[in-house]
Design a protein around this ligand. Structure first.
Ligand SMILES: C[S@@+](CC[C@H](N)C(=O)[O-])C[C@H]1O[C@@H](n2cnc3c(N)ncnc32)[C@H](O)[C@@H]1O
Length: 195
């Protein structure tokens, strides 16, 4: 799993959560490609026959993601989509084993282009529709930048309202941080592959 020699970051926790849903021929989605770190993580773990779909609304993000996966020799396993994740279930082959949402803005870029409450809610709903039984979805919602709290509230409402018979949902925060802790939501679809 994850080396615990130092405190894990939000994205490391998210990766540790989705990892058990990935196997030798898996399908995964990075719903917010950004700089491509999560896309690379997924590409490394879907197996040689697996596939990753990486979505972002910014060309710049997809260029950075492309460069990262090419450098790792994994470009054949990844489809880059210049599309909003709200259309996710119409853009990728279903079902999928794992989906990651890392919300907010592209680090090192224009901070005014961020994910937003409505599109995020639609995107997560679309992702949950195509998650296989036993599949895992992670959301890292930040609370520090303008608009972030509203988005975190929207995510909390959606995840909290999911039917317990269909999804098992956990929330995690960095409890002793000095404020503005990211909020992590982890959903697993119920079913035979829950192992
Ligand atoms: C925090 S970054 C993601 C970081 C990324 N996962 C990584 O590993 O580097 C958030 C990204 O979401 C993208 N974004 C904003 N709205 C979006 C939408 N509706 N659909 C897909 N991506 C979106 C932004 O352009 C930005 O690149």
């Amino acid at each position: 799993m994850m080396p615990i020699s130092r405190p894990a970051s939000a994205v490391q926790w998210a990766r540790a959560f989705v990892l058990p849903a990935l196997g030798r021929v898996s399908r995964a989605v990075d719903a917010t490609a950004g700089n491509g770190h999560d896309t690379l993580f997924l590409a490394e773990n879907v197996g040689p026959g697996g596939h990753v779909y990486a979505l972002d609304i910014q060309e710049e993000a997809l260029e950075k993601t492309r460069a990262r996966i090419e450098a790792a020799g994994l470009k054949d396993r990844v489809t880059l989509l210049l599309r909003g994740h709200q259309d996710l279930d119409r853009l990728v082959e279903a079902p999928v084993d794992a989906v990651m949402f890392n919300l907010g803005y592209l680090p090192g870029s224009d901070r005014t282009v961020t994910t937003g409450p409505e599109t995020t809610r639609d995107g997560i709903s679309a992702a949950l529709r195509i998650l296989r039984p036993g599949g895992r979805l992670s959301v890292v919602a930040y609370t520090g930048h303008p608009g972030a709290r509203e988005e975190a509230v929207a995510v909390a409402g959606l995840m909290g309202g999911l039917d317990l018979k269909e999804f098992n949902v956990q929330k995690m925060v960095f409890w002793n941080s000095r404020g503005d802790s990211p909020e992590l939501y982890f959903a697993t679809r119920a079913g035979e592959d829950n192992g």
